[in-house]
Design a protein around this ligand. Structure first.
Ligand code: GDP
Length: 596
């Protein structure tokens, strides 16, 4: 009954749990009726379907209710999770090593710390350091205790993994350089760890340097409501020098102490499951994946499924390139034998039965394909209504970026006040500045929408947002933002005037002409600009002016429109402070009808 087990995860009486886009025959199986009954029921509802057709949530709900079933939709990750969840006997649970990620601002010493720890000087009985970089490594301390480090510093990797639903990290070490201060990426790292509910330890680094001031760092942390132990708070911190290794051993002890409090345990005596750390295609060896075993023990020859990828483990090595036959909980290993490169953060599980493994992988591949074609993966304002109808929508996560602190705070406060009994509004992260890649990744991981108040995304952030289907909404009036979100939460988005971006123009040169004002010599990078378009003037990702064109010219002549790749001259009504490098965004105001 493999077929039934992985789809019908926990049905009781007339309740069924399923993923969206199961096929007609699969749905019939779940309800234990013939597929012809499902097809004829669909026909009677005016929906023509064939046996292999995949159905969306609305149709599934409609048809199942006709058969007297109540449905609950779960996504593939939840499905995978439920499959992996095994009730272990508490007696079988054995302590396991903590898994640690190191995060912090650039140049504060994350890589130096990871490198120092790799080095044999703190590791008991190891001849030589770790030469390979496989994405994770395990160290054994002089007291015999072990710690596993994820070897990709920075919160981007951490959050990219979490975006795939992986909860891998047990403890986050936040590195802050004592000769610098708490910086934007330090704050981001803290937000990311907090959003993931992962305990933090602060490593105050570079204390060997002149000008190092640890108290300043503690003070800045306390201003963010993070009190370290020395200051009577609950967060452990340690002054270190990652370069000379000073106090790194004490930091490692503190990690162990934190781990002890977390009481990390896993059952080593069963089929393994865990998470993909990274995977790539190696010319000579085929697909090479670094995986982290989280529970059970992985052995050579085991049949693994990770997402829609599967295969038998042909070879297994550790970070020192040593062959391994087995890998228990919290052990990272590099393996060969999968039929593709699974995404990092994807969960994996060992199957006893090869046919079942293949079937699970194929089922996921089909659902993923269908989802890719048909669904919006992430939350948008328009999606709120649909999710409310599905009845599993409890929290609207938002990330707020703005041009000044005052607006960000005001917007954040007002939005939080919109929380109702049904939906809570939660501000996952807020900051001043351009919308960055890290913001988009955080939105992916937390299923959040991004609100840009007078700011825009960087080009790379915009690209990721598009690929990941992250909604970024732009506002220039706080009231508009609040109003729109309130309406969406009430499931009542009114048709409204929306700005449609039509072009992007770069200012190359600025000429000041007496009596006329500033004329910008520009290049249209994308789209086309029309004389009647309105414009936003953007400098370093921040909208500094919104208005109308005063003139648009090709050479000496007035132009109605200028196409992409073409140069033009333009002036902005009532605005002369143009600078080379500015970006001008042209937009139209159109009335859009909202569909829920
Ligand atoms: P990352 O960007 O956070 O990974 O930072 P790196 O580990 O690359 O370190 C940035 C720079 O700071 C490098 O030049 C390191 O040599 C230096 N550095 C790191 N830790 C220390 C330290 O404890 N003391 C001193 N003096 N320099 C350090």
């Amino acid at each position: 009954m493999a077929e039934k087990r992985h789809r019908d995860v926990g049905s009781e009486d007339n309740k069924i749990q399923l993923t969206e886009f199961i096929s007609v025959s699969e749905l019939a199986n779940l309800m234990d009726v013939s597929f012809t009954d499902v097809i004829s029921k669909c026909m009677s509802l005016g929906i023509m379907v064939s046996i292999n057709q995949r159905l969306d949530a609305e149709v599934i709900e409609l048809v199942s209710s006709e058969f007297g079933f109540e449905v609950e939709f779960i996504n593939l990750e939840q499905e995978a999770e439920q499959e992996i969840e095994v009730d272990d006997d508490p007696e079988d649970m054995k302590p396991r090593a903590p898994i640690v990620t190191i995060m912090g601002h650039v140049d504060h010493g994350k890589t130096s710390l990871l490198d120092y720890i790799r080095n044999a000087s703190v590791v008991a009985g190891e001849a030589g350091g770790i030469t390979q970089h496989i994405g994770a490594y395990e160290v054994t301390l002089p007291n015999g205790k072990e710690i596993t480090f994820l070897d990709t510093p920075g919160h981007e990797a951490f959050t990219a993994m979490r975006a795939r639903g992986a909860k891998v990290t047990d403890i986050a070490v936040i590195v802050v350089a004592a000769d610098d201060s708490v910086m934007p990426q330090t704050r981001e790292a803290i937000s990311h760890a907090q959003a993931a509910g992962v305990p933090m330890i602060f490593a105050i680094n570079k204390i060997d340097k002149e000008g190092a001031n640890s108290d300043k760092i503690r003070e800045q942390l306390s201003a963010m409501n993070i009190l370290v132990e020395e200051w009577g708070g609950k967060f452990q911190s340690q002054e270190i020098s990652a370069k000379s290794g000073l106090n790194v051993d004490v930091l490692l002890d503190k990690i162990l102490l934190e781990a002890e409090m977390l009481d990390l345990k896993a059952n080593p005596d069963r089929f393994a499951n865990g998470t993909i750390v990274e995977a790539s295609l190696d010319k000579g060896r085929g697909f090479v994946s670094t995986i982290l075993v989280q529970s059970g023990t992985l052995e050579i020859g085991d049949m693994i499924v990770a997402g829609s990828i599967f295969g038998r483990v042909k070879a297994m090595t550790d970070e020192r390139g040593k062959k391994k036959l087995k890998a228990g909980p919290s052990t990272p290993v590099q393996i060969l034998g999968l039929n593709g490169a699974p995404q990092s953060g994807e969960k994996f599980k060992v199957y006893e039965d090869e046919d079942e493994a293949k079937e699970v992988a194929t089922h996921r591949a089909q659902i993923l394909r269908e989802q890719g074609m048909r669904t919006k993966k992430h939350i948008t304002l328009d999606e709120i209504g649909r999710r409310l109808a599905l009845g599993n929508f409890k929290q609207l996560n938002v990330i707020i970026k703005g041009d000044v602190d005052g607006s960000v705070e005001a917007l954040s406060d007002s939005l939080q006040k919109l929380s109702t009994d049904e939906i809570a509004v939660s501000v996952v992260h807020k900051a001043v500045g351009q919308i960055t890649e890290s913001d988009v990744l955080l939105a992916t991981a937390s299923d959040a929408i991004i609100l840009g108040f007078q700011v825009r995304p960087s080009p790379s952030a915009a690209k990721i947002a598009e690929n990941e289907n992250i909604e970024i909404r732009y506002y220039s009036i706080i009231y508009d933002a609040i109003d729109e979100i309130r309406s969406a939460m009430e499931g009542l988005l009114e048709p409204k005037i929306e700005k449609k971006m039509v072009c992007n123009i770069e200012v190359r040169e600025v000429f000041k002409i007496t009596g006329v004002g500033a004329i910008a010599g520009c290049l249209v990078l994308e789209g086309k600009i029309k004389r009647e378009n309105k414009i936003n003037l953007i400098r370093d990702g921040i909208v500094i002016y919104t208005g109308e064109l005063a003139s648009l010219k090709r050479y000496k002549d007035d132009a109605k429109e200028v196409l992409s790749g073409t140069e033009c001259g333009l002036g902005i009504k009532n605005y002369n402070d143009l600078k080379a490098g500015d970006v001008i965004e042209g937009f139209e105001e159109i009335e859009v009808k909202r569909t829920l």
